[in-house]
Design a protein around this ligand. Structure first.
Ligand code: AHR
Length: 518
């Protein structure tokens, strides 16, 4: 029987048959001569908010810290992030952005006023990390800054002056103030968010009202001395298609992009569930909820296509990822969660989807870079100076080969399971791209307990070898802790075989592979 039909036929029986089958088989067809869009590197973007220990203790410890630092930035974190080739970093929020007053975060640190971080645990924010500290960090990482402006509680003048402060090279009041604060040349700032979640923490607005505010605020965000701004309207959450529709109609191409937020929350916002202690059913539900982003993207894009047939306005998924209960004993407002192989699979499955929609989807920023939600890195909350790389970090590094590469569409035939909530989950996910003459293929086996043997038919390349890495945990709930920092780490992949020109990949349950085809 044709494998595709097999998939459909066995759908409801699979839950029973899976336990009997020793392993699963599937098939990928890849034609390397059929090229798609370039995958913008910004799909691998990051997000850093003044929230818990993302900034303080995560990225920044200050020059006087015992923790090894370079001008106040943690050396170990910097080094690890450099290996990810972070293309863009969003800051200062999130919800924090709409209560942030940038002038409090410039000038001598000891003179900066404090404020209460009302969104995130009522922590007192001392503003020691501000505009200079953020933009200098972006320079050190070699990434584009993405500034989120305050529309909820700030003024038009305040945002206009911030843009002038950061980007003007002339003899202007804000450029001179920046010079007084030690920075002569302006920074280049391209991405500018006009508000965040304006339907919620960013002001509880209706889309009609927000659209008018967007038009007003963005008018005064000027382009100084050759700095080109790319203005982003605060977009919808998940399934709020009306928000996108109203903003597209009312703002049109006065914006360069509109954003979207999508979190893989499975049990509802009050009882999100443990990051590490979960059932197989919850594992499958998480993966199918994460895959639902495809339908959400399709529906927002369909609205944009109808109202902007010339494809002038981009879509940015500037917050995405998992959201679990906080780790026991940590501040509930700080959103500090562990990160397992399940999270790693959310990352790989998400990228496989994002790559397909880059005609419109030009950026995605995982929430968040360090110590918050689905982070790349966890630092010890006690401040002992320890750091661990999460399984999600490893996916970002393994997938970095796809940044700015040419997308190669592929066909996939595999078994599909039913998960709770009536969603379907294909047990294999894959994506491919080509860059500098090399073809990279990433494949995830999402099965909770079965090895997959995948036949890869490649047209346009006589495959002789497939070499690369595998990210695998003993359990789907395996994670890295400060006690066992290397429980999950990539290893050389030995499951590739080429026989009579046919490539097969044997991939264990809940693991992720990236190979170079030669
Ligand atoms: O990422 C955490 C929060 O989630 C952000 O501050 C907000 O924009 C979203 O609701």
């Amino acid at each position: 029987m044709n494998k595709h039909f097999k998939s459909l036929a066995v759908l409801s029986l699979l839950a029973f048959s899976m336990s009997a089958a020793a392993q699963l088989t599937s098939e990928i067809s890849l034609d390397v001569t059929k090229e798609g869009n370039i995958i913008p590197k910004e799909i691998y973007g990051q997000f850093s908010e003044h929230l818990g220990q993302c900034i303080y203790g995560g990225l920044w410890v200050g020059e006087n810290s015992q923790i090894p630092n370079e001008q106040g930035y943690r050396k170990d974190v910097l080094q690890a992030l450099k290996e990810l080739h972070v293309p863009v970093l969003r800051w200062p929020g999130g919800c924090f952005a709409d209560e942030y007053h940038w002038m409090d975060g410039i000038g001598p640190r000891e003179k900066r006023p404090t404020m209460v971080n009302n969104n995130w645990g009522g922590t007192v924010e001392d503003n020691s990390f501000g505009t200079h500290e953020f933009l200098n960090l972006c320079e050190m990482l070699g990434c584009e800054p993405y500034i989120s402006g305050n529309v909820g509680s700030g003024t038009v003048e305040e945002l206009a002056k911030w843009v002038e402060y950061m980007t003007s090279d002339g003899n202007s009041p804000m450029a001179n103030l920046r010079r007084e604060n030690g920075r002569d040349k302006p920074w280049k700032v391209k991405f500018l968010g006009v508000g965040n979640e304006s339907w919620g923490c960013g002001g509880n607005m209706r889309p009609e009202y927000y659209s008018d505010l967007y038009r007003r605020y963005s008018t005064y965000c000027r382009e100084y001395d050759g700095n080109k701004l790319y203005k982003v309207a605060s977009g919808a959450s998940d399934y709020d298609y009306n928000w996108t529709k109203v903003c597209m109609k009312a703002i049109g191409n006065k914006m360069n992009a509109i954003s979207l937020h999508y979190y893989s929350v499975i049990n509802g916002w009050d009882m999100k569930g443990s990051a590490t202690d979960f059932t197989t059913a919850e594992y499958l539900r998480t993966l199918s909820k994460c895959r639902e982003v495809e339908e959400v993207l399709q529906k927002h894009i369909a609205i944009m296509d109808e109202l902007d047939p010339k494809n002038r306005v981009d879509l940015l998924l500037d917050e995405w990822g998992t959201w679990w209960d906080v780790e026991e004993g940590t501040n509930p407002g700080w959103l500090f969660q562990q990160n397992t192989m399940r999270d790693a699979l959310v990352a790989s499955l998400s990228f496989d989807i994002f790559h397909k929609y880059t005609r419109r989807l030009k950026m995605a920023n995982i929430a968040q870079i360090v110590n918050v939600l689905q982070s790349m890195i966890l630092t010890d909350q006690e401040g002992t100076g320890h750091m661990v790389l999460t399984p999600t970090y490893h996916v970002f590094r393994m997938y970095s080969v796809h940044q700015d590469a040419t997308y190669l569409p592929l066909e996939l035939k595999c078994d599909i399971v039913d998960t709770e909530g009536d969603r379907k989950l294909p047990l294999v996910s894959a994506t491919a791209s080509k860059k500098d003459g090399q073809v990279h293929l990433s494949v995830t086996n999402a099965s909770p307990d079965k090895t997959e043997t995948i036949t890869v038919n490649v047209n346009g390349l006589n495959v002789k070898s497939a070499e690369g890495e595998i990210l695998q945990g003993k359990e789907m709930g395996s994670y890295n802790s400060f006690q066992k920092p290397e429980e999950v780490k990539p290893a050389v992949f030995t499951g590739a075989k080429v026989k009579k020109g046919v490539l097969t990949l044997t991939i264990p349950a809940h693991s992720i592979v990236t190979v170079t085809l030669k």
